[in-house]
Design a protein around this ligand. Structure first.
Ligand code: NAP
Length: 326
């Protein structure tokens, strides 16, 4: 039975990845910042071994990798918000960049010691490309980050390449935005779906948003967790763009969400507040996932409308106290 070690196991993607790996017979261990606060899907809690560590203190990662002796390491822990990375640029580097160097080195040392392959998959990001010089972006689009988040992910991405050259099975999945009912409300998509559900039920008056024009390549988070798993079991390590290849605007997201809750005049309840806009916002991110489709056999299973509808339906059920598990 292969053992997987997941950092960021309690986050959106970690929660889907752990479900997928357990269903395939993996033994799963995870790193969480706090054992008491760790929030894993109920159906997985009994089957997962958790280790408490702040990955900003990389030495503890080395100890955990040595103890667990994983076959596969998935590095998902991160300051995952570009907005927050502007508020805490140094901490973002401590969490999103340096621990990756430690994990790679620990994986390499473990592999040397025990004489079997240790595979590592890094959750990289389209924010690597920042103000992208071409569209759609591929694995060879120049790296040109425009935020502390993107710069820290760029360092991590390069280190994965360095250790791959050294002989470690290390892959980087360049993830475009992906959403689900497990996305926190600090992210615009969930803010919209939760807001629409509450407004429709008289629990909130208005929704304040930044620019409605920003366009994103939005996918379904469980599909993206699946891409990470596929990358770990591929024949060869590589970089893979994981994206739907389609963009939609925030306005289209708002229109679909309010339509789903039965409000046709969304303009009457949505205000545009520029303080929610990001300091530097790449104009259009859209990924070409041809390599992942061909090599990993990966493809998205939900389209834009289905993603918005699933999130809204979840939030309507939450408002009505139905305790829906997304
Ligand atoms: P998420 O929900 O924010 O989860 C991040 C996880 O990292 C959480 O479990 C968090 O634990 C953990 N973490 C943060 N700082 C930590 C620290 N110092 N020590 C230990 N754990 C720490 O993010 P996600 O949406 O699942 O994303 C997963 C990965 O994909 C991230 O690396 C993200 O940057 C990348 N990515 C995501 C997207 C997307 O659209 N979702 C797009 C591109 C790339 P706490 O709960 O304790 O904070």
């Amino acid at each position: 039975m292969p053992t997987a070690l997941i950092t960021g196991i309690s986050g959106q993607d970690g929660s889907y990845l752990v479900e997928s790996l357990l269903s395939r017979g993996y033994r799963v261990e995870g790193v969480v910042r706090s054992l008491s606060a760790a929030d894993l899907p109920q159906n997985t809690q009994r089957d997962v071994v958790l280790h408490e560590a702040d990955i900003a203190a990389p030495a503890s990662l080395d100890r955990i990798v040595s103890e667990v002796q994983p076959n596969e390491i998935y590095n998902l822990a991160a300051v995952s918000s570009v907005f927050r990375s502007w508020q805490e640029p140094v901490y973002t580097a401590e969490v999103n960049a340096l621990p990756v160097a430690q994990l790679l080195e620990s994986a390499w040392q473990l592999q040397q010691r025990i004489g079997r392959q240790v595979r590592l998959v890094q959750a990289s990001s389209a924010e690597l490309f920042g103000q992208a010089v071409e569209s759609p972006q591929t694995e060879s689009t120049p790296i040109n980050p425009s935020s502390p988040y993107g710069a820290a992910k760029a360092y991590a991405h390069h280190m994965v390449g360095v250790y791959r050259q050294r002989g470690l099975f290390a892959s980087s999945c360049i993830l475009y935005n992906h959403e689900s009912p497990r996305r926190p409300e600090a992210f615009v998509t969930r803010k919209i779906t939760a807001g629409a559900a509450r407004i429709a039920n008289g629990l909130q008056d208005r929704l304040d948003l930044g620019s409605l024009d920003t366009r994103r390549d939005w996918g379904w988070a469980p599909d993206f967790a699946e891409a990470l798993r596929l990358a770990a079991s591929a024949a060869e390590p590589d970089d893979f763009v994981i994206a739907t290849g389609e963009t939609h605007s925030i306005q289209q997201f708002v229109e679909r969400a309010f339509d789903r809750v039965g409000i046709s005049d969304w303009r009457a309840v949505v205000s545009i507040d520029s303080s929610f806009s990001r300091p530097v916002d790449p104009v259009e991110q859209v990924g070409d996932s041809a390599r992942a489709r061909e090599v990993l056999g990966w493809r998205p299973t939900k389209n834009f409308d289905d993603i918005v509808d699933s999130m809204v339906d979840h939030d309507l059920a939450m408002v009505k106290g139905e305790g829906y598990e997304g």
